[in-house]
Ligand binder design. Structure first.
Ligand code: GUN
Length: 292
């Protein structure tokens, strides 16, 4: 078994981005600028947004964090988005999800200008991704495909099983991996909460993507020898082992599953850092106006 080191690959990607930013600035271009909107104070979202802002600093981007309280009105949130859409200094921005229940996520995402939607969540970007047109591919799916590429995992003709059909990970990733592209050409099975006899599918996977958000869900009896596993799960669970009082757990029961794998991502240090690097990459493309 070998570990897929997402942290290392993410830092490599960030170094490449930092070098490009340095050159852009030296050539007199403006500094790329990512903004993030954070609603409420959910611990997980706070951590993710703080990591995104810290990564901006590392690569030489400007960043802006806009905070709204949990009870913010839809109108106020849309006003913030409108301002960022029209701010020429901001190249791209994200609205950290999930949003409070009283706010319709789709309405919010659709109000983001597709050319500034560096999360790649807008229907325009998702539609263009499906059609193989230039677009912002959402960060986690792009990061996963990039990891498979870096570790030279053959995808053509392989059977990839994706567990979880979220708009953020499972659905777009299942499309990316089935495309007629160098990092696609998998036969993809997309499993979800209504799948009957899940194990009969996972046992056939050459590549297994676990993106359901249920700690320790995938056990050794569910996978075949030599499988490549990408664990997207990052659930916070209470822990007496850490100072913060919690730790992140993946969807895979790592200790018993890892020995059967040819490659597996750890949690943390696997997919998470790649999401951030991919977001920076999209922001750089937005700043260079290379996508649209
Ligand atoms: N919540 C969980 N993952 C993401 C992400 O990639 N982007 C945003 N905006 N929110 C998230």
């Amino acid at each position: 078994m070998n570990l897929i080191d997402g942290k290392k690959i993410s830092l490599e990607l960030q170094e490449t981005i930092a070098a490009e930013v340095k050159k852009l600035k030296a050539d007199g271009f403006k500094t790329p600028h990512l903004a993030a909107i954070l609603v409420g104070s959910d611990g997980g979202s706070e951590t993710y947004v703080a990591s995104k802002i810290a990564a901006c600093e590392r690569v030489g981007f400007n960043s802006t964090l806009i905070r709204h309280p949990e009870y913010v009105t839809k109108e106020k949130l849309l006003q913030s988005i409108h301002e960022l859409n029209n701010n020429p200094d901001v190249d791209g921005f994200i609205v950290q999800l999930p949003l409070p229940r009283h706010i319709n996520e789709h309405k919010v995402i659709e109000s983001i200008l597709p050319t500034k939607d560096v999360d790649g969540f807008h229907p325009m970007n998702i539609g263009r991704m499906v059609l193989n047109l230039p677009c912002y591919v959402s960060a986690t799916p792009y990061g996963i495909v990039h990891l498979l590429d870096k570790y030279k995992v053959e995808t053509a003709g392989k059977h990839c099983v994706v567990i979880g059909r979220s708009h953020i990970v499972g659905s777009p990733l299942s499309i990316l991996l089935a495309k007629n592209t160098p990092l696609g050409n998998c036969t993809v099975t997309l499993c979800h909460s209504k799948t009957v006899d899940l194990k009969s599918h996972t046992l056939k996977a050459d590549i297994l993507i676990c993106a359901l958000g249920s700690p320790d869900f995938v056990t050794a009896d569910m996978v075949k020898d030599g499988v490549v596993i990408i664990d997207v799960g990052t659930t916070r669970v209470e822990s007496t082992e850490t100072k913060s009082g919690y730790k992140l757990k993946g969807d895979v029961k790592f200790d018993e599953v890892a020995p059967k794998c040819s490659l597996i991502t750890p949690v943390p240090g696997g997919v998470g850092p790649m999401t951030i690097a991919s977001l920076l990459r999209n922001t750089l493309l937005a700043a260079k106006k290379e996508m649209y």
